[in-house]
Design a protein around this ligand. Structure first.
Ligand code: TYD
Length: 199
């Protein structure tokens, strides 16, 4: 099993790339599983709805996200390449934290079994111009996405800070999200080959 994760702000093109990768794996007959956070199984998808419509305070959100995450991992059965649409980086990036909360998040990350630590994380970094262009072109956001829309700079900074923290053997790959979807897809495939996740 190889784990990879996709991260990035709303409109970064994360979902498009995950869909392209799914197609690629099917075409190449590469065994894979796609999952998303929060959610990922039937019960947790119900909890996803509640969390994403909530007004929970930050500490509660941190704990809800990690509870959902540990629950998902505890029942996880999979071979091949496992693709996470968001994982622990999202909690570090999105939840507003005090210094104490930050330590809590880092400690919770350490509780994740090393077999689930992604070998590669693809992070789609975007500039404000691309964000605004895409925001104007695309439809409405859900409540939770809206809640964080004004936090673009903070969230990108948090992703950037976490990219410098060594977490197991994972390699954090920052991708310029303003490029075309074809170029980004190629960059992802190139990296999967380079790090020997696929041939
Ligand atoms: P997202 O995965 O982008 O789904 P959709 O495409 O349906 O918008 O949205 C999930 C939201 O949850 C997004 O605003 C980020 C947020 N989130 C956190 O704040 N912390 C977390 O730990 C995770 C996994 C998600």
């Amino acid at each position: 099993m190889h784990v990879i994760s996709f991260e990035g702000f709303e409109y970064s093109g994360k979902s498009t790339q995950i869909a392209l990768l799914k197609k690629f794996f099917i075409k190449k007959k590469i065994v894979s599983t796609f999952t998303r956070e929060p959610g990922g199984n039937k019960d947790l998808e119900k909890i996803r709805k509640i969390i994403l419509q909530s007004d929970f305070d930050n500490l509660s959100l941190i704990l809800f996200f990690f509870a959902s995450r540990f629950s998902l991992l505890s029942s996880f059965k999979s071979n091949g390449i496992v693709v996470f649409d968001r994982f622990f980086d999202s909690t570090y990036a999105y939840q507003n934290f005090t210094t104490r909360d930050k330590q809590l998040i880092l400690n919770l990350i350490k509780q994740i079994h090393k077999k689930y630590i992604p070998r590669l994380t693809f992070y789609f970094k975007m500039n404000r111009k691309t964000l605004l262009e895409r925001k104007n072109k695309r439809g409405a956001l859900n409540k939770f996405d809206k809640k964080y829309l004004g936090d673009f700079a903070r969230i990108q900074k948090n992703y950037n800070d976490l990219s410098k923290v060594k977490i197991g053997k994972r390699i954090f790959i920052t991708i310029d999200a303003s490029q075309s979807k074809e170029l980004i897809h190629e960059e992802i495939i190139r990296n999967l080959k380079k790090w020997k996740l696929i041939k």
